[in-house]
Structures are given as C-alpha cells and as structure tokens.
Ligand binder design. Structure first.
Ligand code: ADP
Ligand code: ZN
Length: 731
C-alpha cells in the first residue's frame, strides 16, 4: 500500500504505541502536521504515551471524538527500513508490535525537549580582586585551555564553592552558557592506515570491501582461530563503510570484551565509537540513540539490543563470536541477534560479517546452501590451528574420592610449572559444589522457588540457585531430617577445584576466573590482563576463559570433565561441546611455544570426543549436519518451543492438554506436536512449567500456523504462554 510521507494538520493518522494493545490507534495530526514515522506523544486515557506514526488512520468510527497527537518529538522520524524490519521481526518471533517498539526506544527521556546543560568557559575580563579560590579556578581553566566544565566539575576540581564561580561569571572572568547535552561523537577517521595485512587477511578484507562498495545486502562468515586477525580484517570493512559515509555496528557477546575493542577502534580511527549496552549510563544511552538517528555516531559497539537503534544509514553489521549462545535473548522478546542482524541488513542494503573461530551449524549450513560467503583466515605466524589434543581415559586413572585431577594431568601441570609456563584447568561449573547432600537421609538441598538444586558458593558463604539467583546460608542441620553436621558437598565446582590445586601444587600461584567472583567487568578484565602477563602459574576457569582472551604464556589446557556438555537432551549438545572444547584448547600455545590440550573423559570413544581429538572440523560438521537433516531438526527443519507457566500446576497442564487436542492449524501444515510434558526445569521462581514442542518442515509456514493455533485458547489469569521460535535451550 502506498503511504503518504506527510500528514497535514488534522489528518487521521494511525499511531503504534509502546502500550500492550493489539492494534494501532487513530489520532489527528497536530498543528504543523507530522511525517510518517514521526515519534510522537499521544493521549491514552489519562496518560500520555510514546508512539510512532505508522500510517494513515483507519477511521470507521465517530471522527469527532478522535483526539489530536499531543506533540511531535524533536528526534529524526523512524525510517521506513526500521519500520519494515520491526514488522518482519515481530512476525518472525511472534512478538507483539508494541513490544518491538519498546525494544526500539530503550532510551530514557526521548520525549523531553532537547536537553541542555550549563557550562563554563574562560572569559576575557580579569576579576577586580584576586583571591586564592578565584586564582585556583582560573589556573585550572588555563591548564585545560578551551575545555568547558559544568558547575559541579569546576567547583570540585578547583576545590571552591559554587558562589566563587558565580562571582567570576559576574565579573566576566568566566562565561556561562547552555549547550545541548546530547553532543555528536568525535569523528572517526577511516583514512588512517591499518596494519600491514598478511596475504589471506588482505584478500578477505578486499572481499568485504567489494561487498560494501556494491552497497547491497550480503552476508559473510569470517572464520579463523583467535588471533588470526578477524578483528583486524573487519575493521577494514568498517573503514570502507565509514568512508562511504555509512554507519557501522559491531555486536560483541560480552561487555567484558568491549573495553579492549574500544581501544582498538581508537588506535585505528583516532577516536572511540559510541557504546550501547547495559553498562552504559542512561544519559549516554539517550545520546547514542539520538546521535545514531542524526548521523552523529558513525560506529556503535554494543550488545544485541543495539540492532534496534534508529540508524540513519546502516551499511555494515559485524556479529563477533557469532556462535555465542548469549546472542539468543531468553526473556521477553525471544530473538537470536545473529539472525536479526541478517534480517535488518537485508532491509537496509547492508553487509553482515559473522566472525567466529567455531561457527554455529546454522551459519555453516547457510554457507553450504550458498546463502553466505565464507572467508577463512589461517592461524598466525604459521602456527598450528590448534594444539595437540589427547584424551585422558579416566577409567584407567587412579583417583581418590573427592579429587578430580588425574595423575596424568597432574604430571603435565607439574612439568609446565617447572619450565615457567602456564596451565589452565577448565571446568564449566561455577561455585564450590553443584550438589549438597545429607549423609544421614540422602536429602539434596534444593531451591524453594525452583526445581533446581542449590549450588554451594564458599566464596559467598551461601547456597545459590543458578536458575533464579535466590541465595540462602549454608545450613548446619539437614532441613529434611534435622541431622547435624551431616551435610556434604558432592561433585566439583571451580572453587572446590581450587582447593585441590592448592593442595597438589602448594607453591603455585593460582587464579580462578569465574564470572561470579568479580564485581565488575572492569575488575575481571584487569585480572585477565594480569594473568596474560604471567601473574599466575595455574588458571582455573569456567567458559568465561573460552571467549576471545589471549594468554601467551599458556601451553597446557586440562579439561576436567570433557563429558559434561554431552549429557542432557539438548539437540545442540554435540555442537556446543565441540565448539567449547576447541575454544578452550585454543587457549594453549598461542605464542611461539606449542601447546597441548588434555581432555579427561570417561567415554573417549564417544563420536564427539573422537571428532574433537581428530581435529577434523569439516568432518564433524558434515556428520552433525547429516544427523540433524535425518532428524528434521534445525537448521534443516523448524522448531518452536512452547512453555506454559503458572503458579497453578493443574491449570498449566489443562491448557497444555487442550492445546495438544486442538492442533488442527498445526496439522494443516504437516507439523508435529510433542507434549505437554513437565519442562526439564519444572518450576522456576514458584511457577510450574509445562512444555510443548512443535516440529515442521523447513518450508512450512510455521509462524502463521502457530498464531492461528494459539489464538484458539483463552489464557486463565496468571498463566503465561511463551512461544520460542528456533529455541536454543530446552529448559
Ligand atoms: P582475532 O579477532 O581473530 O582474534 P585479532 O584481529 O584480534 O584476531 O588479531 C590478534 C592480534 O594479532 C592482535 O593483537 C592484532 O593486532 C595482531 N595482528 C593481527 N593481524 C596482524 C598483522 N597483519 N600484522 C600485525 N599484527 C597483527
Ligand atoms: Zn531458584
């Protein structure tokens, strides 16, 4: 349908609001009219709410009662590209449009007038009388020549009261003025030279540049081990994009990685980019949101929600560590940022670069199907892609109870310590012990709110539920039988492993890297830098260490339990284990010294373990692809997970049963329905959870069928129905 681009005053417009309504609302365009896509404030009952002019009003009712738009906000209207993207993303993920609009307006104070701040600069007059306090202020201003300060900054830095500053203003020695708070970001200079690239780096960069020159949509998988120069190569693509006057977005899976990236960008382009993630202040968020829309931000580095920013002209999206499961948003709107990045790029004629050392099977399959281009970077300096990998057959090792480091692994660690090299012991379990059991009655301490066992964290001196975050003190007596001092930890977490290490290697310097042991991303980053410089002999880490960090002195990786990820029914268990083991092994031998990875396993003949050891990556992917194709599961079939949750278990099961019976819309597209069944985690935060699973052919119109199917049921109060398209985790 052709939409007018502008609505004159009084014209009927349809406004999409952020309120949970299932349709747009009609209003009259305000005095002066408004553009299609304009951000507006509209009256809704007694309130005023944020909305976007989505099209011409629908009318069909008493027009005299239609209220006018309260005002048009002073921000760039939402572009057609973003409106189309939000609509399509809502359709795909079955997310209501108001929730999509909330994702796209996650910055405070957008409704506010252009916000100003008062600043102080050096004036030309001299004060009539010089006091010590006045002299300090003026000296400070001289020292920073040209910089403007706020009142608070100035009084604090000079150590004077506000009245001293106001006095200087009256004398003309300082000038007081107002400037907009949301200033453009410093310009990045894409013409500054980068590093001299190696042959395949240069070839990869040139391919990406060619894509950008065409100004068309295209997706590329950029594959190479950590340190092979993926960042260097995609920064070349960013340079090309910026020099064409378009904007770029780089998504990172973890805030801890952004600090390092900001420095890289500053080194390469002479200034820092805009940031968008949960660690950014609200004022900065609003600045970023506005500047992106006005073109005052050329490059944004951010978390997945940066995909919904109102870019003026987005030409490139990089998804770094594209396989990372944290790209899947698991609360509220359920979406995979990697897939949404590709979708958004297709609406704005942008290039997408998916970078990874261990790509997801989805991306691998898209390359095989000819949808994505693939570029491979060889390891640096001719080093082997991965260190030598060997299994330690735990059935043949002698191990005391409550010990997890086999004699073979122990000897290998000792050898590293003797030569001054580092060893990493990898265990993907936070805390001290995953289970606390009563030796008298066998009771396991669980969370009161969830169907999950509490994990002992000795560092915190508490039991923690990894599902809901609930904590409680470690009890002295068993909550079930009352026996005193019979509670015992079972199994290892990294904290317990640290005890064993301290006992086995009393003279070694040990560092534990686990996300819960650090107060902030910055503290964690500082620790990582220290370790990289040699501040520890033995590093104990969770999957945190697998993500992109470099430890040049590390030559041994010991995986405490290589079988851990293979348990459970997750269809991606093999893929995840394969990726994780390769990433962890890849920490060893990054510099000149060769490394080795030793995997402790009770089933070294398991096909996944064998594939990991053989290093035949393409072979593993082929085999995994064949299995998933035969089973008709993603990426060769489509799936949707449905979770019904309620404080009332019967209500959830009743509805689940009804949904399973009235499944005609699903049968029409040939989909299969499984369940209802208790979800693997049958209770979270006091809500019982019932699961259904829908499987369909790749080409089946799954979303439309799900929509028709779900629309048949009326949800009792307090019951939540959540549909997860392409579920990543099955809990
Ligand atoms: P990745 O993103 O694949 O982990 P990076 O781009 O971060 O790789 O490169 C790893 C390190 O190697 C960085 O310190 C980077 O500056 C350096 N590096 C990469 N390519 C080159 C090159 N062509 N010349 C010099 N140093 C390079
Ligand atoms: Zn819990």
């Amino acid at each position: 349908m052709d939409q007018p681009e502008f609505f004159d005053a009084g014209a009927l417009v349809a406004v999409l609001t952020t309120q949970p309504l299932d349709r747009t609302l009609d209003y009259r365009a305000p005095e002066g009219g408004c553009h299609l896509g304009a951000f507006v404030e509209v009256p809704l009952g007694p309130r005023r709410v944020l909305g976007v002019v989505w099209g011409a009003g629908e009318g069909g009712f008493d027009l005299s009662r239609v209220r006018p738009v309260t005002r048009v906000l002073d921000v760039a209207p939402m572009r057609a590209e973003l409106r189309a993207f939000l609509t399509r993303a809502a359709d795909y993920t079955l997310t209501p449009m108001p929730a999509m609009l909330r994702l796209a307006t996650r910055a405070p104070g957008l409704g506010g007038a252009v916000s100003m701040k008062r600043i102080y600069r050096l004036g030309h007059a001299d004060p009539d009388r010089m006091t010590g306090a006045r002299a300090r202020v003026l000296a400070l201003m001289e020292e920073f020549g040209g910089v403007a300060f706020t009142l608070g900054e100035l009084s604090q830095m000079a150590g004077v009261s506000n009245s001293v500053i106001k006095g200087l203003v009256r004398q003309g020695a300082l000038i007081e003025e107002d400037t907009p708070r949301d200033l453009p970001y410093p310009r990045l200079d894409p013409s500054r030279p980068g590093l001299a690239l190696t042959g395949d780096q240069a070839a990869a960069a040139e391919t990406l540049r060619t894509g950008l020159r065409a100004g068309e949509f295209g997706a590329t998988l950029l594959k190479g081990v950590t340190g092979s120069g993926k960042t260097e190569v995609y920064l070349e693509a960013v340079a090309e994009c910026l020099s064409r006057g378009r904007q770029a977005l780089v998504l990172l899976p973890e805030i801890a990685l952004t600090a390092e990236f900001l420095h890289r960008v500053e080194g390469r382009f002479g200034a820092k980019p805009a940031e968008w993630h949960s660690g950014v202040t609200m004022t900065e968020r609003r600045r970023c949101w506005k500047m992106v829309g006005e073109g005052g931000a050329q490059l944004v580095v951010g978390a997945r929600s940066a995909l919904y920013l109102p870019f003026r002209d987005l030409g490139l999206i990089v998804v770094d560590e594209e396989h990372d499961s944290s790209y899947k948003q698991e609360d509220g709107a359920l979406y995979n940022a990697r897939d949404m990045a590709v979708l958004r790029a297709s609406f704005c004629s942008a290039q997408v670069v998916l970078a990874s050392a261990t790509p997801s099977l989805e991306s691998w399959a898209n390359v095989e199907a000819g949808k994505y281009r693939r570029l491979d970077l060889a390891a640096r300096f001719g080093a082997a892609e991965l260190p030598e990998m060997r299994a330690i057959d735990m059935r043949r090792e002698e191990l005391h109870s409550n010990h997890w480091i086999s004699p073979t692994l122990r000897r290998a660690v000792e050898a590293r310590i003797e030569t001054g090299e580092q060893a990493l012991l990898f265990l993907n379990r936070r805390g001290y012990a995953p289970v606390t059991i009563c030796r008298a009655c066998g009771h396991q301490i669980g969370c009161d709110q969830c169907d999950a066992r509490m994990v002992e964290h000795r560092f915190l001196k508490r039991l923690v539920c990894h599902q809901c975050g609930e904590t409680k003190p470690i009890p002295q007596t068993c909550p079930s039988c009352g026996a005193a001092d019979r509670l015992a930890p079972v199994g290892p977490g990294v904290e317990r492993l640290a005890e064993e290490v301290a006992e086995a290697f009393p003279d070694a310097r040990v560092a534990v890297l686990s996300s819960d042991l650090f107060g902030s991303a910055r503290a964690l980053k500082a620790k990582i830098v220290e370790i990289a410089q040699g501040a520890a002999d033995i590093v104990i880490g969770t999957q945190l260490v697998a993500k992109g960090h470099n430890f040049p002195l590390l030559t041994l990786v010991g995986v405490i339990d290589a079988d851990l990820g293979l348990q459970g029914s997750d269809l991606r268990a093999a893929e995840r284990t394969f990726q994780l083991m390769r990433q962890v092994a890849g920490r060893a031998g990054r510099a000149e010294k060769p490394g080795i990875a030793l995997l402790q396993s009770f089933q070294p003949e398991h096909p996944v373990i064998r594939a990991i050891l053989s290093g035949d990556e393409e072979g593993f992917w082929q085999a995994e692809a064949a299995e998933r194709r035969a089973a008709g599961v993603p990426p060769y079939g489509r799936m949707a997970g449905i979770v019904l949750s309620s404080p009332d278990m019967k209500a959830a099961f009743d509805l689940g049963g009804q949904m399973a019976r009235d499944d005609a819309p699903l049968r029409r597209i040939g989909a299969q329905l499984y369940g209802p069944a208790p979800a693997p985690i049958a209770r979270i935060r006091g809500r019982h959870r019932v699961r259904l699973l829908v499987k369909a052919d790749k080409s089946a119109p799954l979303q439309a069928a799900l929509r028709d199917w779900a629309a048949q049921f009326k949800l009792p109060a307090n019951l939540r129905l959540q549909i997860d398209i392409d579920p990543q985790s099955f809990y």
